[in-house]
Write a protein that binds this ligand. Structure first.
Ligand SMILES: Cc1cc2nc3c(=O)[nH]c(=O)nc-3n(C[C@H](O)[C@H](O)[C@H](O)COP(=O)(O)O)c2cc1C
Ligand code: SF4
Length: 612
């Protein structure tokens, strides 16, 4: 299942470095100094540069990570389920604390951030095989059977799709209605590339990866750049905590994605497409590759597709190696080129200079899957669904305190309160909308609709200091989401959730800009201070000030959004912060360690002077 084909022809291209590292990691369970020397020589790169690449990715290890490498999801939703008990059982059964490897190198036990299974927590990956709904009893069985030599494949459980809702009528469903292979693709027979771009522009399809850039415009920009080679990349990195709709789409209809990529290739003049699949979804790779093969055999991929002369397109899968930042498109491209996944400055956009310096379209899984459906159903029918600015439907990944976690396909325009009813939210208090880089919604937002209508510029949204002014100005403003929807009831500790969020950004910042690297670290310390009841009002002011500095001076979207939840939580739930401040706690603020030991110091000095 897990073998990557490293052939002689592709072995030494730098863009194959990640695959080579994966091969070694999987066989030996780490990448040794000797391996590194050989790789550095073969790829003509320095040892320092190579170490920089290896150490960038969570799933590559420089020391033995155990024959069975366990990654337990430590993200908020997991913490609210059985994380603590499951962690303790793993530790007891293995005899090591989290972050360590057993003496016999049989098991390595590590924590990881969200692995795209928030609807079936507590979850873990063992050698990238998924294990969901873990309980202490299940953990004991798994470890005991592994010790007896049972295979991982037989023990792991393939994640459920959990598709909980789609619009009642098929005519209003875009993604999860019946799929017939090639139905969208074959519409190309009567369309020129420019017609396709025009159609997608008119559909107002915009990026579902979270940035909502108009897809038609992106394709047009790429088409207009002359080049001997262009690329289509599908961003299947889905690292935003709480999101898992791309996993479900790829599992249910991999063909729909292949068609979307092929249509994109036809429209912009690209002949190669790559699905950059997060390593946490390795278990999907076989299925996607089988679908690719099936398409090739049916003449729907390869040369002269659909009999159209010169319409050539191929699709491959590139595995990531565990780094949230690699979802950012320029970091993703760097990763595909075998480098550290660091975002570039925005001197060029990928449509100008992308993968290997060639014009490249990067699109999210959901964006690409919408494309064949639009062609299949026709523009007029598509525009009848959703709202004026955001036609169509949206996939939301739901987790947290509700009776029905899973994936929902809703028509854009549904009110937030109706959505909360649909998922059977239990006493909803805080909604983390759009993941850790999104925002905290409270009761004042429940009347707003999920759509792209009446949007305000982002800098206005995060500038409010007064909750009343906020609700007055934002009441008619739509809520746009990349897909993550986490709901929490009143019993959940908001500061604890924020601690998990700030910790996540400390771990996931690529570190290239100082404000993002240091700022997120300092904010995490501030949250700890609040939790311990040691913070004052001044600390809250500093959090606000520093958050804006990080926002304004960071190179990429990670730094620009990492403080959104914190800022919106402070605005909408001031009482949650206030109850932790020193004035409200029994923290003795007047205590001063130097004053307290002053007399003792005097005695010591006197004794010392007596003996001089
Ligand atoms: C830190 C960070 C992480 C991101 N992660 C993802 C991701 O996992 N999937 C995704 O499609 N887009 C992600 N994006 C957005 C991509 O940079 C890019 O906008 C998107 O892939 C473009 O596709 P779209 O226009 O179809 O949304 C991320 C952006 C940032 C700043
Ligand atoms: S903002 Fe953060 S993640 Fe983005 S480039 Fe700068 S340091 Fe890296």
């Amino acid at each position: 299942m897990f073998l990557i084909m490293v052939t002689k022809e592709n072995a030494l291209q730098r863009s194959n470095l990640l695959n080579v590292l994966w091969d070694i990691q999987r066989k030996r369970r780490f990448i040794s100094r000797d391996d590194m020397k050989k790789i550095a020589k073969e790829f003509s790169i320095s040892m320092i540069e190579l170490e920089g690449v290896i150490s960038f990715y969570h799933f590559f290890h420089l020391q033995n990570a155990g024959k069975y490498t366990i990654y337990l999801n430590c993200s908020t939703i997991s913490q609210h389920k059985d994380y603590q008990a499951v962690k303790k059982t793993f530790q007891d059964e293995l005899g090591v604390l989290i972050g360590n490897v057993t003496k016999d190198n049989l098991f390595g036990f590590f924590k990881t951030s969200c692995i795209g299974l928030s609807d079936q927590e507590t979850s873990a990956l063992i050698n990238n095989y998924p294990f969901t709904n873990l309980t202490p009893k299940k953990v004991k069985t798994i470890i005991s059977k592994l010790k007896k030599g049972q295979s991982l494949e037989s023990l792991s459980n393939y994640p459920k799709d959990n598709i909980k809702y789609r619009p009642e009528k098929d005519a209003k469903t875009i993604f999860f209605k019946t799929y017939t292979k090639g139905e969208g693709l074959k519409q190309l027979v009567s369309l020129k590339p420019e017609d396709v771009i025009d159609l997608i522009s008119k559909s107002k399809l915009s990026g579902r990866g979270g940035a909502f850039f108009p897809t038609g415009m992106k394709w047009k920009l790429c088409r207009n750049n002359k080049s001997d080679q262009k690329y289509i990349i599908c961003n299947a990195d889905e690292g935003e905590p709480g999101t898992f709709k791309d996993r479900v789409l790829m599992n249910k209809y991999p063909g729909l994605l292949i068609e979307g990529m092929t249509i994109a290739g036809y429209a912009v003049g690209a002949t190669e497409g790559t699905i950059y699949l997060r390593a946490e979804y390795l278990y999907l790779k076989d299925k996607i590759e089988a679908a690719i093969k099936d398409f090739e055999e049916a003449g729907l991929l390869g040369k002269n597709i659909l009999g159209l002369k010169g319409f050539d397109f191929k699709v491959t899968v590139q595995l990531g190696a565990g780094a949230y930042i690699c979802g950012e498109e320029t970091a993703l491209i760097a990763s595909m080129e075998g480098k550290r996944g660091e975002p570039t400055t925005k001197e060029y956009f990928p449509v100008e200079k992308g993968f290997l310096g060639k014009p490249t379209v990067v699109n999210n899984v959901e964006t690409l899957c919408a494309v064949p459906r639009i062609l299949e159903m026709g523009l007029d029918n598509y525009l009848k669904i959703g709202t004026k600015q955001t036609p169509g439907t949206k996939l939301l990944s739901v987790s947290g305190d509700c009776k029905k976690p899973g994936v929902y396909e809703i028509e854009w325009g549904m009110k937030l309160k109706d959505f909360l009813n649909l998922i059977e939210a239990e006493d909803p208090h805080v909604v983390l909308f759009n993941g850790f880089s999104g925002e905290c919604l409270s009761e004042v937002d429940f009347d707003r609709e999920i759509s792209g209508e009446n949007l305000l510029a982002e800098h206005i949204q995060f500038k409010f200091n007064d909750p009343i002014e906020y609700s007055r100005k934002m009441s008619g403003v739509g809520l746009r989401s990349g897909g993550s929807f986490m709901v929490f009831n009143k019993k959940r500790d908001l500061i604890g959730i924020l601690k998990n969020i700030t910790k996540f950004f400390v771990a996931e910042s690529c570190g290239i800009c100082v404000p993002c690297r240091t700022g997120n670290f300092l904010l995490n310390k501030k949250i700890n201070k609040i939790m311990f009841g040691h913070a004052e009002l001044k600390d809250l002011e500093e959090i606000r000030e520093w958050s804006f500095i990080i926002k304004q001076s960071s190179r990429c979207g990670l730094g620009k959004t990492s403080t959104n939840c914190l800022l919106t939580a402070m605005l909408k739930f001031p009482e949650e912060f206030k109850k932790h401040l020193t004035a409200e706690s029994n923290f003795n603020h007047s205590f001063n360690i130097e004053n307290a030991v002053e007399n003792y110091n005097t005695i010591i000095q006197e004794i010392e002077s007596t003996y001089e």
